[in-house]
Design a protein around this ligand. Structure first.
Ligand code: NAD
Length: 428
């Protein structure tokens, strides 16, 4: 599917402005929160395998750290832009706030395509990234994590370089580390499972039994895979999955009316969440164009791939049967599409609440690193469920009381907490 050219930073600011007006925020607080506090742009020189030096562009944006150290992932993406990173850093602030963990918001990125880089080149990018910014990040100021196209190995290279620069062991500097190297059990599952913990609570309030529902999912990466697993565990049936095909440079929707089998699909998918078309066909999957995931006659849509995927050009195509949209990806719905969804009375569970499971587990990772005592997986996932459930209940209750759209209610809670923190600190 072609991604329309929305500017995610403008989307994030327009969402913020709307809620600042509802909250009647003081002008100074509003001005402070509608933009990042700090931005770092830098170059990363890398000696490529062919012996030539190539310069990559890196970013780190710290949106706000009034409630605790800034927190957010590092993305590797060939189309990365500073405005995407700005928007994502702002969403991180609201995300940490809405689940009430003592962290602020940040995001980082490098313009690069790991599909075309050797591991040695990727290691140099990671080490180069932290060398440029080692004095402005750390366990008590800004804590990175993996994001799109980065993983635990990238994080360990970054941690190792940071520790070499600062001369000590600082496991709390990075989250998303491999288990056994300071990582938390349950982190891999956390975001996808968290999405479904929130969906489960919403269905409960709506009086809908999960085992009587069907869903269509966009994406088959980390978030989507675990969301599908947990949703299936609750008895739900996923009948369509849309994902990107690297060879054809377009997306396809893989359909199976009697329910997809996630384990079967994992056996024929690559590490970037692409599914082998030919083998899927052999396994009885019907292949449709990428955007068809949105048009399936199901109860639930789970956009869990990229930003701006439900927009003005396709929101009208959402099937009449849809009762709930649970956003796994960051910013998958544009403000115009949001209005249409609101008018259609579809229950929308907003991204920064539903996909906060990852950062909540990252917070648990920091806590465990600081104690140097690690919990069993069940303990982590139980604590995650408690956090996600109570965050959902607070948002849902406010939405009911004030007759707000769920996204607005979540923003009101999140922004209000950050506004209180900057006011109490005397910043505005
Ligand atoms: P990923 O890279 O593991 O997977 C992305 C998936 O999206 C892949 O299956 C890919 O094929 C698919 N995709 C890409 N372009 C597509 C298109 N045009 N149409 C259909 N499918 C397409 O990424 P992820 O970690 O699963 O993250 C997905 C989203 O969730 C991102 O927006 C990310 O920022 C957000 N998120 C991730 C986490 C996390 O813990 N991984 C946490 C919070 C938010």
């Amino acid at each position: 599917m072609e991604t329309p050219s929305y500017n995610p930073y403008q989307v994030a600011q327009s969402q913020f402005d709307k809620v600042a007006a509802i909250l009647e925020l003081d002008d100074g607080v509003k001005e402070l929160l509608r933009q990042p506090m700090r931005e770092y742009h830098f170059t990363i020189p890398v000696r490529m395998d062919d012996g030539k030096i190539k310069i990559f562009k890196g970013f780190r944006v710290q949106h706000n750290d009034a409630r605790g150290p800034a927190k957010g992932g590092i993305r590797f993406h060939p189309m990365e832009t500073i405005d995407t990173v700005r928007a994502l850093s702002m969403w991180m602030t609201w995300k940490c706030s809405v689940v009430d963990i003592p962290l602020g918001g940040a995001k980082g990125g490098v313009i690069c395509d790991p599909h075309h880089l050797s591991l040695k080149e990727q290691e140099q990018i990671c080490r180069g990234w932290v060398r440029q910014i080692a004095r402005n990040v750390g366990p008590f100021s800004d804590v990175p994590a993996p994001d799109v196209m980065t993983n635990g190995q990238h994080m360990l290279w970054i941690l190792d370089e940071f520790e070499a620069i600062h001369g000590g062991r600082y496991p709390g500097f990075i989250t998303g580390k491999p288990v056994g190297m300071g990582g938390s059990q349950g982190r891999t599952e956390a975001t996808g499972f968290g999405v479904i913990f929130v969906l489960r609570e919403a269905l409960k309030e709506m009086g809908i039994a999960p085992e009587k529902t069907t869903a269509s999912v966009q994406g088959f990466g980390n978030v989507a895979q675990y969301a599908i697993r947990m949703y299936t565990q609750l008895g739900g049936k996923v009948i369509a999955i849309s994902c990107w095909d690297q060879a054809d440079k377009k997306a396809y929707t893989y359909c199976k009316k009697n329910g997809v089998n996630v384990e079967e699909l994992l056996g024929i998918s690559d590490k970037f969440g692409g599914i082998d078309k030919n083998r899927a066909r052999e396994l009885g999957y019907e292949m449709l164009p990428g955007e068809k995931w949105l048009e399936q006659e199901v109860d639930i849509l789970i956009p869990a791939a990229l930003e701006n995927q439900i927009n003005n050009s396709n929101v009208q195509n959402i099937a009449k049967s849809i009762k709930v949209i649970v956003e796994g990806a960051n910013g998958p719905t544009t403000p115009e599409a949001d209005e249409v969804i609101k008018q259609r009375n579809i229950m929308l569970l907003p991204d920064f609440l539903t996909n906060a499971g990852g950062v909540t587990c990252s917070y648990f990772e920091q806590v465990q690193c600081n104690m140097n005592y690690f919990w069993e997986k069940n303990e982590v996932l139980e604590k995650l469920d408690v956090k996600m459930t109570s965050a959902f209940k607070a948002v849902s209750e406010l939405a009911r009381q004030k007759k707000l759209y769920m996204r607005d209610a979540a923003y009101v809670i999140a922004i209000n907490r950050v506004a209180q923190a900057v006011t109490l600190r005397g910043w505005a």
